[in-house]
Design a protein around this ligand. Structure first.
Ligand SMILES: [Zn+2]
Length: 249
């Protein structure tokens, strides 16, 4: 006969994710251990916050514990997240179109594919680091996405840019030369779509106003009324989790 008694608790309970900023959250998972005596939280790259829980401790207590340590967890998470971006391992997360997006590794027969959001490509199956193949694929995607978007905005506003390039600028999101050549930074693919649109509209507006005069801002505001919010995002985004470092080799 089966012994009845207290039901065994879930050894891997899901806990409440921690709101981080601008709708971003840090995943939080519990790990019950029979020998754990107290709650302990660690921040693991690719996983989020992992809370070690005594076997009979409640989910409520674990959630409260996480909330008490939220500042520490957030700072650790930003640190580990940045640290791991030099190597694109499975499970690491990058911002793509403003969303934290996991890097996946998919085996299909003898082939191995890397995937991040809309981008998938074949990778070297022996290598843990998917960056050598996946990053060029993401850049290629960025190029076609940004070019397409620029064309749409140019058509809508009747603007005629000269050459358009998508590059890997060190410190600029975009530029417009006096000859009307527009350059966009491929990492704009990390920004929310509306923010990338803002940079495109900003550079397109330079076709008529090559300076940052009041007339320039006035024209830009007509095309992008909430441009100040996007400027703010671009100024502070370097500290966001999942943001690639400024100068990409
Ligand atoms: Zn400008």
């Amino acid at each position: 006969m089966k012994r009845t008694g207290r039901r065994e608790p879930d050894s891997r309970p899901a806990l409440t994710a921690l709101a981080y900023s601008d709708g971003l959250t840090i995943p939080v998972v519990g790990r019950r251990h029979r020998r754990a005596r107290r709650l302990i939280v660690r921040v693991k790259s690719g996983q989020g916050a992992v809370v070690t829980m005594p076997w009979r401790s409640s989910i409520k207590a674990a959630n409260e514990f996480v909330n008490r340590h939220r500042d520490w967890i957030c700072s650790q998470w930003v640190a580990t997240n940045h640290a791991r971006l030099t190597i694109w391992r499975e499970g690491a997360e990058l911002l793509v179109h403003g969303q934290l997006t996991r890097i996946e590794r998919i085996s299909a027969g003898p082939s191995v594919y890397g995937r991040i959001g809309p981008v998938m490509c074949r990778v070297d199956g022996r290598d843990d680091d998917l960056k050598p193949r996946l990053e060029p694929a993401l850049r290629m995607y960025a190029r076609s996405w940004l070019m397409g978007r620029l064309r749409q905005h140019a058509d809508r506003h009747g603007l005629k840019p000269g050459a358009v390039t998508v590059r890997n600028q060190r410190s600029r999101w975009g530029s417009c030369s006096s000859a009307g050549t527009i350059s966009l930074n491929w990492r704009l693919i990390q920004a929310p779509e509306a923010t990338a649109d803002y940079v495109i509209l900003h550079e397109l507006t330079h076709l008529d106003h090559l300076d940052h005069s009041p007339a320039f801002w006035h024209a830009l505001e007509g095309r992008c009324p909430d441009y100040r919010d996007h400027e703010q995002w671009l100024k502070s985004c370097e500290s966001l989790p999942g943001m690639l470092p400024h100068a990409q080799p």
